[in-house]
Design a protein around this ligand. Structure first.
Ligand SMILES: *[C@@H]1O[C@H](CO)[C@@H](O)[C@H](O)[C@H]1NC(C)=O
Ligand SMILES: *[C@@H]1O[C@H](CO)[C@@H](O)[C@H](O)[C@H]1NC(C)=O
Ligand SMILES: *[C@@H]1O[C@H](CO)[C@@H](O)[C@H](O)[C@H]1NC(C)=O
Length: 320
């Protein structure tokens, strides 16, 4: 498992020496220093969800905890007739577009529960108390969960080591700053309104090749490729969705091997929400949605997801 640290304590490390100076100069400053410390620790870019918290899925979608920016929220989303999925979505747009779901093949009903158990496990239980989903086993040392501003739901240990993250377990969507390691797949929804894993997938194979495949639905096995990168077998290492909105296949040394989508020059990620989704029709599309009203030469950007680029460029030549 890849272990990443959350950099929470970075700022705090600066202050002890300052405190020392303050103490020498004035007693009150020491008090001020503590206020400052309190401020910097609460000004982290996320809020922690503590062990023992649980929420019951209601009629309405229940927001568990939004990240600090408020751009994303986690909670139950109603899918189809009465199925609910523990999901992450863009919370500041009316569409509340879902970017990730936990129990995507197994929706639960009203009265189901999501819980961060006291023994350190994240679980979804149906109304009968049966465990429907859990990303890892109990007792792996999880001490809190957090939804980061990037839309990444993480489970971390006391020392802020990330033990599990939604960014490493994508469903049908990738977000800026997300990467795909070898042997990672992004699987389309079955239909527009059925979020079960569907008939197409985007996959970075263990051999370094990056492809779009049809699957043997309802299973997820790869059947026929309909788009692929050339010459990346043995060199392809990870797919990077960077801050500029570019999505590319990189080698282990960081060299760009293949561009899936170029950087977003006219829709910079600070002004536009951005995502790349394998849609249920098998097309991998990159979308942008203005965060606020954005003027263009011809008027305004529509307040909607606009597909900017897609792969393959003509799907009907491939699989129609
Ligand atoms: C989605 O489609 C699958 C496969 O046909 C089906 O088993 C499942 O019940 C559907 N889910 C919903 C929420 O309609
Ligand atoms: C980086 O890796 C690629 C693919 O293995 C290789 O072609 C290239 O020469 C390497 N570049 C550097 C600077 O090591
Ligand atoms: C993102 O990738 C593109 C294409 O490789 C590159 O031009 C751009 O500088 C990168 N931006 C960042 C912030 O890394």
């Amino acid at each position: 498992m890849r272990r990443t640290r959350l950099h929470v304590h970075l700022q705090i490390l600066y202050y002890p020496s300052m405190a020392f100076d303050f103490k020498l100069q004035c007693p009150f400053c020491f008090f001020l220093f503590f206020l400052l410390l309190l401020y910097t620790t609460t000004a982290q870019s996320y809020s922690k969800i503590s062990l023992g918290l649980s929420f019951v899925a209601q009629d309405d979608n229940l927001v568990w905890r939004a990240s600090r920016s408020g751009d994303f929220a986690v909670g139950f989303r109603k899918i189809g007739m009465d199925g609910l999925l523990l999901s992450i979505w863009f919370d500041k747009i009316p569409e509340k577009t879902v970017v990730w779901s936990a129990n995507r093949n197994d929706p639960v009903e009203k009265g189901s529960i999501v819980e961060l158990t006291t023994d350190g496990n994240l679980v979804v239980k149906d109304q009968k108390g049966r465990q429907i989903w859990s990303p890892i086993s109990a007792d792996t040392g999880i001490s809190y969960a957090a939804l980061l501003d990037t839309g990444n739901l993480v489970l971390a240990s006391q020392d802020n080591t990330i033990l599990w993250q939604s960014f490493e377990n994508p469903t049908d969507t990738l977000l800026p700053t997300q990467t795909m390691k070898l042997d990672t797949q992004v699987i389309a929804h079955y239909t527009e309104t059925n979020y079960s894993s569907g008939r197409y997938k985007f996959m970075l194979q263990r051999d370094g090749n990056l492809l779009l495949y049809t699957t043997n639905f309802p299973f997820n096995d790869a059947v026929a490729p309909y788009w692929l990168t050339q010459d990346s077998i043995g060199t392809g290492f990870q797919v990077i969705f960077n801050q500029s909105g570019a999505i590319y296949l990189a080698a282990g040394n960081g060299t760009l091997l293949n561009t899936v989508f170029p950087a977003l020059e006219s829709t910079p990620t600070q002004d536009f929400y951005t995502r790349a989704t394998v849609d249920y029709d098998g097309v991998l599309r990159q979308y942008a949605y203005p965060k606020s009203t954005v003027a263009t030469s011809g008027g305004r950007w529509p307040k909607a997801w606009t597909a900017l680029s897609f792969q393959p460029s003509n799907i009907c030549k491939r699989i129609c």
